[in-house]
Design a protein around this ligand. Structure first.
Ligand code: HSE
Length: 406
């Protein structure tokens, strides 16, 4: 059986490297007589690259070659990735992708297409890079009702927040550092505005709760507004601030609440010590309790490791479909923003007495060097809508950050 790669960027070239480096071992695991990289589709030329001769420009070469049984999509973006992947599946080729945008937006459709054509569509690398998480959710944790899945799903923002917390670096300087190191793009919006984490939590929610949720169906907040003062309060409270993407079962499983936002995490949480570009995903099962998957959420070889494992799976099980048990969501499945229930950290210009008259259970926080003329506190559990109403009446609100219970 042959393999083709579409998109020879960081991940695509990592896939080619792993396929070559571990060739003998991979063929053995695949239970095929051979598993060779035959084509690399990319519009660019790669003079001097060891795989230069495999580079082609015409997608139809892959589509029309019956010896290609598995196609790796590492192009990124929705178009033309969606069209190319659809065509490959229709042509009876299994597809493996690391493209979270594609899986979050079109996963259900592509899985149906794979099923119709008796091939596989696998995407382990689309969440958490090299961290095994998709397979554990659909296989190892399948005896559990999943109550919640939450994690640090974006390495770039975790690097920025870690610098702010550990070294007192201002947000702009930490971002510039992340750009200099190649973690953040020149336009960093997909990372710092939470878009990347949003796509990943949608995929995890689809798998954990069996219903497709769309990336635009809930509130997503990035880290641009986090200040050194917020970080100081988090430390004084006994925790850290992380960008957390979460999906939680609500109303006995009839609904879920979804959120991507900065959050106060207690210092003794397993997520609190996940630093730099590392990712971690916590899954709360009703039999197992909490389990945390930790590792490199991005990068050439870590991501390629997950992609190639899927390639092996496709080759090994070319006669068998991998079921994902994921279907359309009924209207109202994702709860509205106002229904989101949590504790919240609040900074306001109002005085303590006013805060206490609205939030009798407020837990006040301060630290040496805290901004003057403001009051900071953590609420008890409260619905977001009720919180917003109380804060509107209180006035002078400077920031609101949720507080997790894991
Ligand atoms: N830009 C992402 C991150 C990696 O920083 O985690 C790819 O999903």
């Amino acid at each position: 059986m042959n393999v083709a790669i579409m998109g020879y960027g960081t991940v695509g070239s990592g896939v080619a490297e792993v396929l070559k480096k571990n060739h003998e071992h991979i063929v053995k695991k695949s239970l095929q007589e051979s598993l060779d990289l035959k084509y690399i589709l990319d519009l660019r030329d790669f003079p001097g690259d060891p795989n230069e001769k495999l580079v082609i420009k015409d997608f139809n070469t892959i589509l029309n070659d019956e010896t290609v049984g598995v196609v790796v999509e590492t192009m990124g973006g929705l178009r033309p990735a969606f069209e190319f992947v659809s065509a490959c599946l229709k042509a009876g080729k299994s597809v493996v992708t690391s493209n979270k945008e594609l899986v979050a937006a079109k996963g259900l459709e592509l899985l149906a297409l794979a099923e119709e054509n008796n091939v596989n569509f696998l995407f382990e690398a689309s969440v958490g890079g090299g961290i095994p998480i998709i397979r554990p959710i659909i296989q190892c944790l399948s005896a559990n009702e999943i109550e919640e899945v939450a994690g640090i799903l974006n390495g770039t923002t975790n690097y920025i927040l870690t610098k702010m917390f550990m070294q007192g670096t201002a947000y702009e300087d930490a971002l510039a550092d992340a750009q200099r190191l190649g973690y953040a793009e020149r336009d960093p919006s997909a990372d710092v505005d939470g878009i990347d984490a949003c796509r990943k939590i949608c995929i995890l929610a689809d798998l954990c709760f069996g219903r497709e949720v769309k990336p635009d169906s809930f509130r997503v907040e990035g880290i641009r507004n986090i200040t050194s003062a917020d970080v100081g309060y988090a430390r004084a409270w006994g925790g850290v601030i992380k960008l957390i993407a979460s999906a939680k079962s609500e109303n006995g499983g009839s609904n879920i609440s979804l959120r991507v936002s900065p959050a106060f995490i207690s210092g003794d949480s397993q997520l609190a010590c996940v630093n730099d570009v590392f990712n971690a995903i916590l899954v709360r099962g009703n039999a197992l309790g909490d389990v945390v998957f930790y590792g490199r959420g991005a990068g050439k070889l870590p991501t390629a490791s997950a992609v190639v494992a899927d390639v092996i799976d496709c080759a090994r099980h070319s006669e068998r479909r991998k079921p994902f048990g994921w279907s359309d969501a009924p209207d109202g499945f994702v709860l509205g923003e106002g229904e989101f229930t949590s504790r919240f950290f609040v900074r306001t210009q109002s005085v303590k007495e006013s805060v206490l008259s609205a939030f009798a259970d407020a837990e006040f926080i301060t630290f040496d060097g805290a901004p003057a003329d403001e009051t900071a506190f953590v609420t008890g559990m409260i619905k977001k809508q009720e919180l917003d109403e109380k804060l509107a009446a209180l006035g002078g609100v400077k920031s609101v950050i949720r507080v997790t219970d894991y």
